[in-house]
Design a binder for this molecule. Structure first.
Ligand code: MN
Length: 289
């Protein structure tokens, strides 16, 4: 397990990605000892990609890009124009990932991030499959892996379980489409934190570690010992990224999409240092067993 790189989501440090925010995100990520920073592309309009790449490389960090889509730009829609807007967002995000020097683009690439008022339609699912299939073909020669993040029912109606995500990936049919598990979402939808990891096995490409309430690790009720043992069972060596949100650090868009209404912490750097120690300790324990 020692080969897993530890990452952190940028929203622990700043709500957006203006140049000043990116400088702070990168400095704090490196300062807390992480190997990787995950930049959400929800604020892509303010992201100076060249500056971000320079800052990340200067700090010796790896970068991962993530995003969800929007209800008016949604590849799982039945409406052709809405699907086309979603596909354009994905295309642009892939280009941004390449320019950042990233090798992973992950998240809710298949739908909006938010509560749907109806089940996914057959036509909508086919649209998502076809769009992501094209994106995967475009990503493969760039050496970029696409992640399908399994999100809970209040944030998508496309994939709520690891089994759903595996079926979607099978239908997309490209090897560079991998599964992204997140303990916060698993806690809501799965039977436990172990069986989904075993089910996904070597198709697991990315991991988000978040508490049951998305606050300090260890202050909720998730069985992280079982989760990390399951990762060891499948010899997972990919990135493990800490994700946490509080109304102390607000993105005008992403925080609302994720329903971040509470102050679970106020000091991002303190939270980041705590999470790094928490994760490192658990990974080290697996190595000595
Ligand atoms: Mn997540």
């Amino acid at each position: 397990m020692t080969t897993s790189r530890l990452g952190i989501h940028a929203l622990v440090f700043a709500g957006g990605t203006t140049p000043a925010e990116v400088e702070r995100i990168v400095a704090e990520t490196a300062n807390a000892g992480y190997d990787l920073v995950e930049l959400s592309l929800h604020d892509e309009a303010n992201l100076d990609v060249d500056l971000a790449r320079t800052a990340v490389e200067a700090a010796g960090l790896e970068v991962v890009a993530s995003r969800g889509l929007a209800f008016d730009a949604d590849v799982s829609s039945d409406d052709t124009a809405t699907v086309a807007r979603g596909a354009a967002l994905l295309h642009s995000s892939l280009e941004t990932t390449r320019r950042l020097g990233g090798t992973h683009l992950t998240g809710a690439l298949y739908s909006a991030l938010g509560k749907y008022g109806r089940p996914l339609s057959t036509a909508g699912r086919a649209n998502a499959v076809a769009t992501i299939r094209d994106l995967a073909a475009e990503a493969a020669p760039l050496g970029i892996t696409l992640g399908l993040e399994v999100c809970n029912r209040y944030e998508t109606n496309v994939v709520n379980t690891a089994a759903d995500a595996l079926r979607l990936a099978d239908d997309i049919g490209h090897d560079n489409v991998r599964i992204h598990l997140d303990t916060f979402h698993m806690n809501i939808e799965e039977d436990d934190l172990v069986r989904p990891v075993h089910l996904v096995g070597d198709r697991l490409g990315y991991v988000h570690v978040g508490e049951s309430h998305r606050g300090f690790l260890g202050s909720g009720h998730l069985d992280f010992a079982a989760f990390f043992r399951a990762l060891a069972d499948i010899s997972y060596t990919g990135p493990i990224t800490f994700e946490s949100f509080s109304s102390a650090v607000v993105s005008p868009t992403l925080s609302n999409d994720l329903a971040i209404w509470r102050d679970l912490w106020s000091d991002g750097p303190e939270l980041a240092a705590h999470a790094h120690a928490f994760l490192s300790t658990r990974l080290e324990r697996l190595d000595v067993d």
